[in-house]
Design a protein around this ligand. Sequence first.
Ligand code: GUN
Length: 282
Amino acid sequence: MVAKIISGREVAEKILTTDLKNRVDALNKRNIKPKLVVMLVGDVKASASYVRQKEKFAVKAGIASEVVRFESSATEDEILNKIDAINNDDKIHGVIVQLPLPDHISITKVLNKIDPSKDVDGFTPTNVGKLFLGEETLVSCTPKGIMQMLASTGVDLTGKNVTVIGRSNIVGKPVSILCQQQNATVTMCHSKTKNLNAKLSDADVVIVAVGVPKFVDGSQIPEGAIVIDVGIHNIDGKLCGDVDFESACEKASAITPVPGGVGPMTVCALIENTIIAAERIN
Ligand code: GUN
């Protein structure tokens, strides 16, 4: 089998320039101009590049964005005070704090400070709890983008076996809940999982988010499975994911590439969440 490539770049472009653009136009008619603020602390190279992509996608959908930069020496109080000001600014609908943060700043304290109604990353305890309970919420961006990419393949997850590798708060845990909400049977795997191959053997969908280059290869993928690769690594100047793309392509029915797969969908979901936050204003 030669896998169909699920182009996150194309799916995101379509969502941004049609559905999201239309929703922004409707908001503008109500005199609401959706605005996203990205807080960037320090000078992590990868973070700066992600933030640039966020600004570019904001332009495509027609929303406003602003990057607030802090030196890596900024104090926790400075960050918390800025979040407070953003929480109280009616012109700002969504805020994210780009991770990772310098070690002297508590991620927990920072996330807890964000008003859940502006938490367009879906990282606050309130929004994570609502997701867990199946209540309407701002769903975190990578899991949301993954579900949109699965939908783009036309797959109905009801009764399907989904194997998730990686149990992070940002990807593995929330995507497992979203798949269960669509009636999939989910198997969660992680660094202590024994006999990973057995857990993969009857998977209809494999989602890999472990942060290890080429952790899974084609020999472990069941014939015809859909493969979602969340990883992104720079190995000797060449980008690759958590999945060995070439060998996986020979087994999967559909697979996300790296780059151009999950990455653009994550950013698209962030823009959509900002629009949702703005739409909720009455
Ligand atoms: N760093 C890497 N991915 C993300 C993300 O989705 N949101 C934030 N805030 N930081 C990140």
